[in-house]
Ligand binder design. Structure first.
Ligand SMILES: Cc1cc2nc3c(=O)[nH]c(=O)nc-3n(C[C@H](O)[C@H](O)[C@H](O)COP(=O)(O)OP(=O)(O)OC[C@H]3O[C@@H](n4cnc5c(N)ncnc54)[C@H](O)[C@@H]3O)c2cc1C
Length: 457
């Protein structure tokens, strides 16, 4: 039976990156995927990554003519419900073809020594006499193959096939995402009826509808719409969006659909010989649902810790891997938790309040929306302005008391979650009590799926 140090289930963006980094550290790595190489990551074509993040994580460079790169743009804006009062921002973003990017990432992992196997479906984990993971069984061409390993990484995306197969008492939450925990995205590739001299290279986002107009490949642009609950929910919102926002005349040339998690990450990512990563661990950016670079922060931490823990053939126990939880939850983990809690409640407002706040540049302000998630500092003047316009909004009927309460609750719970994630336990001993308290706080946040943007328009 073959032996590896690390077996990674799922060879998309998260799996390939972890495979490359662990192989670079000298570990023997098996990366396998249920899909064959030419069908990898089939659900949608164009995706984005911020150039800064690609550099930060040392991802391979892409360029014009390589079949992966499609465009770069810098200008974006978040707009009010009626498409007014844009909050602009500048950030260089690269657009790429997802399937070809994933194939390149597989090859990048293989170049560092990882073995990549396609058409291989995860069947089961194997355990030693003490009940600790010691290998994986996969099925390929109707035949089952068992391999030994010390660490299994679940990078299988939303199905989280490995995490969900663990014994109930293995120390990892086994939750399955329901439709309300998933962001259903439909991409409409469009051609403008009036031809433009220049390529369309900017992105606009309508917060109320969770809809965007962005550059594309193979068409002039694309319109995205996302909603928790199902594709039918997104379509209902899209009909309202089309009636409300005046987009340039266009015809739809093709439609793609995909799903991305919208759920808090598991409270622990690690256990004996196990780690969950990427969409399998719900590591997507709360403000946009993107997960290709969001997953890499945990991966980098995991590589550092696992490299030390697994030196000289040692087995990576839950205790030994625990600092991955601590380091992650004290950094990106706490930021994502606080942002997700904030957004889950802040979206509970009418079109009237949305337009009012965008116009007055408070709460939905340039300062906040142009730097979402990048640690902004609000001054006394910002708070004073917010207070004045909120009071005026209440008096003039632009804001309802219940809407204001939702915003205040969101800010309070989000702050409490940040503080709680900062207190993430150093060792597994404090975990049960910490998770219990976290559960209470999450119970106070609203879910995006609970708010009907059409009904409350
Ligand atoms: C329409 C849409 C647009 C998006 N745009 C962006 C974007 O612009 N930027 C961005 O950063 N993110 C974007 N995202 C999110 C992004 O696609 C995901 O967060 C990211 O792909 C997650 O990567 P992953 O490797 O964790 O999981 P996945 O990409 O889901 O890959 C999981 C892999 O595991 C394999 N697998 C599953 N089950 C098994 C099994 N039983 N055995 C073996 N293998 C298995 C699958 O075949 C798959 O290859 C978008 C999502 C959607 C739906």
């Amino acid at each position: 039976m073959k032996k590896y140090d690390v077996v990674i289930v799922g060879a998309s963006t998260a799996g390939s990156y972890f495979a490359r980094r662990m192989a670079e550290k000298g570990f023997s790595v098996l990366l396998f995927d249920k899909d064959c190489r030419d069908k990898l990551s089939p659900s949608y074509d164009i995706f984005h990554m911020a150039k800064d993040e690609m550099k930060q994580y040392g991802l391979p460079e892409v360029k014009e003519g390589d079949g992966i790169y499609e465009f770069t743009f810098e200008d974006s804006a978040i707009c009010s419900v009626y498409g007014n009062h844009p909050k602009p921002s500048k950030l260089a973003v690269t657009g790429m073809h997802k399937h070809k990017y994933c194939v390149m990432m597989n090859d990048w992992a293989a170049q560092a020594g990882a073995e990549v196997v396609y058409g291989a479906s995860f069947k089961n984990l194997t355990y030693d006499e003490n009940g600790k993971i010691n290998g994986v069984i996969y099925e390929k061409d109707g035949e089952e193959t068992a391999v030994y390993c010390r660490l299994v990484a679940d990078c299988s995306g939303i199905p989280a096939v490995v995490r969900r197969s663990l014994p109930d008492d293995y120390g990892i939450e086994k939750f399955e995402l329901t439709p309300n925990d998933i962001f259903y995205v439909t991409l409409r590739y469009i051609d403008f009826e009036e031809k433009r001299a220049e390529r369309y290279l900017r992105s606009d986002f309508w917060l109320y509808f969770k809809s965007w107009l962005a550059p594309s490949g193979g068409s002039d642009a694309l319109i995205g719409i996302g909603a928790c609950g199902g594709f039918d929910v997104a379509e209902k919102v899209y009909s309202l969006f089309e009636k409300t926002v005046k987009l340039p005349a266009h015809k739809v040339t093709r439609i793609e659909k995909g799903r991305t998690p919208y759920h808090r990450a598991p409270y622990s990512f690690v256990s004996d010989g196990f780690i969950a990563m990427g969409d399998a661990a719900c590591l997507t950016k709360p403000n946009c649902g993107e997960g290709c670079t969001a997953a890499l922060a945990l991966s980098d931490i995991a590589v550092d810790v696992a490299t030390k823990v697994m030196a000289n053939g040692a087995y990576p126990t839950r205790d030994a891997l625990w600092s991955i939880n601590k380091l992650y939850n004290n950094t990106q983990g706490k930021e994502f938790a606080s942002l997700m809690a904030l957004l889950g409640s802040i979206i509970r407002h009418s079109a009237k309040m949305n337009e009012y706040l965008f116009k007055k540049d408070v709460i939905f302000s340039c300062k906040l929306l142009s730097s979402m998630g990048n640690g902004i500092q609000l001054s006394f003047a910002d708070y004073a302005k917010t207070l004045i316009f909120v009071v005026v909004g209440l008096v003039t009927g632009n804001i309802k008391p219940a809407e204001l309460k939702a915003v205040i609750d969101a800010i309070v719970t989000s702050g409490k979650l940040t503080a709680h994630y900062e207190k993430y336990p150093e060792t597994p001993e404090g975990y049960e009590a910490w998770a219990k308290e976290a559960e209470l706080l999450w119970g106070k946040t609203g879910k995006v799926a609970d708010w009907d943007a059409v009904e409350n328009f």
